[in-house]
Design a binder for this molecule. Structure first.
Ligand SMILES: [Zn+2]
Length: 136
């Protein structure tokens, strides 16, 4: 998986892509109206404030949708794997497109409780999700 193109970091998105270095997922939040913001932008889409800053979230999320990928997009890609959209439990409305790990693709279900794990590649920490430990 590590041969896929990595995100290009900038001033706005680096807090998200490098959050794994701190051990917790961080999502931008408007400091004026408290709205969560993702994908990262420099201005709040709700109130147009420029006062946005990353805040740590628990990393727990619920699978909202998924698909199983069987296509080897690059020669050394391990297939099949589950691509999912997960909704963060403590940042309502924020959904991340991610890859599920530590679960067989045919066991993935909508509503599955998951938690973030990070895959460190070069200067980014990819937020991936696995079933919450002790729950399935
Ligand atoms: Zn705002």
């Amino acid at each position: 998986m590590t041969t896929l193109p990595l995100p290009v970091l900038d001033e706005t998105n680096s807090a998200y892509w490098q959050a794994g270095e701190t051990g917790s997922l961080r999502i931008l939040r408007c400091q004026s109206c408290r709205a969560w913001i993702h994908p990262p932008t420099a201005v709040c889409p709700d109130c147009l404030s420029f006062e946005v800053a990353p805040e740590a979230v628990s990393g727990r999320a619920t699978v909202a949708a998924f698909t199983i990928n069987y296509q080897k997009w690059v020669p050394d890609m391990e297939v099949p794997f589950a691509l999912a959209i997960v909704e963060l439990d403590d940042a309502p409305g924020i959904r991340l497109t991610t890859r599920l790990v530590d679960i067989a693709p045919d066991e993935v279900r909508c509503g599955l409780a998951t938690e973030v794990v990070f895959e460190h590649v070069e200067d980014v920490w990819l937020p991936l999700f696995r079933p919450t430990q002790g729950a399935k």
